[in-house]
Each structure stands twice: as C-alpha cells, then as structure tokens.
Design a protein around this ligand. Structure first.
Ligand SMILES: *Cc1c(COP(=O)(O)O)cnc(C)c1O
Length: 400
C-alpha cells in the first residue's frame, strides 16, 4: 500500500472512554456507514444514528439536547442564525394564502421578511399591538396560521401580556411561536407561561438567537427552534433538511463553551443594567427609561407577573432623551462614548450603544412610550458599572 493511502486509512483507533468537562467536537460532511444495510436503514427523523453532517453530529446533537433543556422543551433544531430560526418557522408552517401575525415591536428583520419574501410568496401578514390582547383577537381570522410573540419587544422593550396573547390564540386553535432571545430560557419558560387559570401551557414553538446569551462571546451566529410536540418538530425538521440549514461544528463548540456560564453572565449583566437604568432615570437629559423591570416602564406589570419569581431581566434596555434634543445630538452622544461601542447584537462582553429612530420602526397607532426625543439602546456587557456610568456621564456633556 502506498504510504499516503496508509496515512489516510490509518488503523490506529484511540481508546474509548475519554472524559472531559467539555464534549468532543466532531466535524463531518461525510459520515461513514459500517455496511449498506445500515445506510439504507437510516431515517432523517431519527437521532439514533448519523447519516450526513447536515443532519447532525455528536456535537450538534449534544448542543440541541442542552438548548432543549434550557428552554424547557423536548426537541431542538439548530440553524445558522437567530433570523434563520424565524425564517425557518415561517417557511415550514406557512403557505400561499395563509396569514401570519407579528407584534408591532418585533425584531425588525422578522417584519422585513414578512414584507419581502413572505409577501412575494402570497403569504400575508398583519402587525398587531402586543400590549392589547383585544387587538390581536380582532385580527385573528380563518387564514391566521401563525402568531409570533416576543417579550419584551425589540428596542422599545415594552413587555406584553404573553399568557393572555397565547390564550387568545389557543382558543382559536392558532399556532404560536415565541422569540425568546431576551429571556434566554432563564428569565421565564416560554412553554410554561403561568396565565389566567385554566389556560395553561405556553407557546408551541420557542426560538432563540443563540448568538446572544448562550454564546456570550459576540463571536458566533446561531439560532435554535425548540418544541415540545414531536409532530410539530418533525414538520419543521423536514423543512430544515430540505433547505440544508446546517451549522458548523466550530460554531456549535463555541456555544457549548458559553453555556456553562450563561446564568452567571445573565445575572451579572442584569444587575449592572438595572443599576445603570436607575442612574439614568435621575439624569436631567433623560425623559424615560425603557427597562421592563423598572416600575413605570411599559409592560412592567406583565414582566412582574411572569418574571418576578426568578427576578431576572436581560442586560438590554433603552432610554428616551428629553424632547429638547435632536436625533443629531443623540448621534453625537453615541459617537462620544468610549467604552460603549457602536454595534448590533448583545449578550457579549463589550457594552454597546445604538441610536434609533422610532418613527420609522412602529405603526404610530400603537405607542406605549412617551412622545419625546430620540431613543438610545444600551446593551450592558461585563465591564465595571462605575466605568460604564462615567462613560455615559462624559457623553452627556456632548449634549450641552
Ligand atoms: C438578535 C436577535 C435575533 C436574530 O439573531 P441573529 O443570530 O443575529 O440572526 C432575533 N430575535 C431577537 C429578539 C434578537 O435580539
């Protein structure tokens, strides 16, 4: 045998039984079958074996099992980003003529997908007022096949009455999907939203951007789709298989490395964010602080009803500047920040700030924030609170 062939087909097998704190990382497109009968017997539905890298490896199965546990679900699918998780749920469950309802304060790209591709495919949508279950009820029709939920809403951080929204959908037999990125499966369980007596349960599908807290490093993109119902899981998995939405082993490894410290990071960023949010409330430049755990913030009572038991919130919030400040001044405020960097995403080690123009993001019919000046969103990282506060304080000087 040629030495190179011998190298490629090397007979050495390491001893089994290796154990370490972190699971091994398996990389494969090709999976090798012991014989043709095994190859023929493989079924895309089963996790008892392996058939192709796209359909799972020990590394992705391990991460899926851990994310399913984190969310309180039974099955999990991994996709290349949080947005891909939203898109896959839409594509798996909606067909021409169907309608999807999306909260007006949803993650922006989810609304853009409805306005773009879903509309092109003959799938209609409505944006509903997430703070008013009656508004949702009034929009449900025989064509409604999916209702998205998100708590709190992106950027405006208004926390909806999730249990009531789910109960309204369940009463009409409409499927619900929750974007649970903010809670990360920690602040509340998306499948178990203690609601009005008798309603029980929670969302049918819980997705998360693993990009945020589970990774914690701001260095990986990934999403998860968790279910409790095997049939629903297989329905989404079939679309997953057909569209080829696999994730890379190195990325799965990065999330597996972040997971053991997720609760510590979540709690640390929560405490730091609440301290800074309280401090901002006392600043003369600030009209309103939009943090669901703060009394007076939009949906605070809903946050309390769902999350006060664990007393957790993500390290993400927004504040509205006084109406005497212009959008240009808000931009100058953000430019002046030093420790806070300008960038999207959150849940990583570095604090981030972004100015937003609400008028371009919301249907003006539903507004729960005070009509005031421009809005700035802060994602609190792992730096010392005093340093972050000093950075904000010096940037407020730019407003003078
Ligand atoms: C970031 C985010 C997403 C998208 O996640 P990506 O991995 O960046 O695609 C979806 N929903 C919410 C609420 C998010 O914050």
């Amino acid at each position: 045998m040629d030495p190179i062939t011998g190298l490629i087909h090397h007979p050495y097998q390491p001893p089994e039984g290796f154990a370490a704190p972190q699971p091994g990382v398996f990389k494969a497109s090709t999976v090798i079958f012991p014989d043709v009968a095994t190859l023929r017997a493989r079924d895309w539905r089963s996790r008892a074996g392996y058939s192709y890298g796209l359909l799972g490896t020990p590394t992705t199965y391990t991460l899926e099992a851990r994310i399913a546990s984190l969310e309180g679900g039974h099955q999990c699918l991994l996709v290349p980003s949080g947005l891909a998780a939203i898109a896959l749920v839409d594509m798996a469950l909606l067909k021409q003529g169907d309608e999807v309802l999306i909260p007006d304060n949803a993650y922006g790209p989810s609304k853009a997908l409805a306005l773009g591709e879903l509309a092109h495919w003959g799938i209609t949508h409505q944006f509903y007022d997430p703070m008013d279950p009656q508004d949702l009820v009034s929009r449900l029709s025989d064509r409604t096949c999916l209702v998205w939920l998100e708590a709190p809403g992106s950027v405006t951080m208004d926390f909806p009455p999730l249990a009531s929204l789910v109960a309204a959908c369940r009463a009409r037999g409409v499927m619900t999907a929750l974007d649970n990125t903010w809670s990360a499966g920690l602040a509340f369980n998306g499948f178990d939203l203690a609601g009005p007596p008798g309603t029980g349960g929670g969302a049918d599908i819980v997705i998360q951007a693993l990009t945020k807290y589970p990774s914690g490093g701001a260095d990986v993109l990934m999403g998860s789709i968790v279910t409790r119902d095997e049939e629903l899981h297989l329905r989404i998995k079939l679309a997953h298989v057909r569209m080829g939405l696999g994730v890379a082993a190195n990325d799965a490894e990065a999330v597996l490395r972040g997971l053991p410290s997720i609760a510590l990071r979540y709690q640390a960023q929560d405490q730091a964010a609440r301290q800074i949010a309280h401090w901002l409330r006392g600043r003369p430049e600030v009209a309103q602080v939009l943090h669901p755990a703060l009394p007076g913030a939009p949906g605070h009572a809903n946050w309390q009803a769902l999350c006060s038991g664990r007393d957790l919130a993500a390290g993400l919030f927004s504040f509205v500047l006084d109406r005497r400040y212009t959008a240009t001044q808000a931009d100058a405020f953000c430019d002046r920040l030093g420790l806070f960097k300008l960038g999207y995403s959150w849940g990583g080690p570095i604090s981030l700030a972004l100015p937003y123009d609400l008028s371009a993001m919301r249907s003006t019919a539903f507004g729960h924030w005070q009509e005031a000046g421009p809005l700035v969103r802060l994602a609190i990282g792992l730096e010392a609170v005093a340093d972050l506060q000093a950075d904000l304080a010096q940037a407020f000087d730019a407003l003078r």
